[in-house]
Design a protein. Sequence first.
Length: 202
Amino acid sequence: MRVIGLTGGIASGKSTAARVLAELGAVVIDADQLARDVVRPGEPAHREIIATFGNGVLNEDGTINRAALGNIVFADPAARKRLEAITHPAIARQAEKTLAELRRQGTRLVVYMAPLLIEAGVTSRVDEIWVVYVDRETQVRRLMQRDGLSETDALQRIASQMPMEEKRELARVVIDNRGAEAEMARQIREIWERDILGGNRG
Ligand code: ATP
């Protein structure tokens, strides 16, 4: 089984690229979805978050209020570390479980989509890294548009991640998403034919 780690910056187009890859036949694991799954009520990480941050981070229905938790950890690096010490191992266990199950089923190709694949140091989970790249200006514009953020807020979020130029250096495959969506899809189909169907790993 070949595991491709798909990453990039915030709003660089990972989900859009993953949709194209899924249409071509890849099985996609979304690390953000795993992150939501592991903090559901009843999960150990849910209990640990309440024990650490208190009931103030809960919604009325007992689920974690991600915005409230986000506000705490965004302003406080030590709190962020405490949260990550709870969630990262839980996500790792879930990812390993899902990958083992896919391997057992004889799956050939898996795309593990994770915004912080490199920052979180989980590149060992994947065989190779693909980066969806956009220039800063396009990234800011798309992020502002998608999330309704001011330019200052968009820039702040981008600044909290590893620069895209550095990520691009670590990639075996770079998907350029500065152009239209159809242009990105065309690149992905080309890479698919060369790399996946052709078996070329560069
Ligand atoms: P995040 O990690 O922040 O969730 P992402 O990397 O998965 O983001 P997407 O959600 O795929 O990024 O794309 C960000 C926004 O930009 C979305 O609103 C998407 O529709 C839009 N977008 C993606 N690619 C293009 C493109 N080539 N042209 C125009 N808009 C695009």
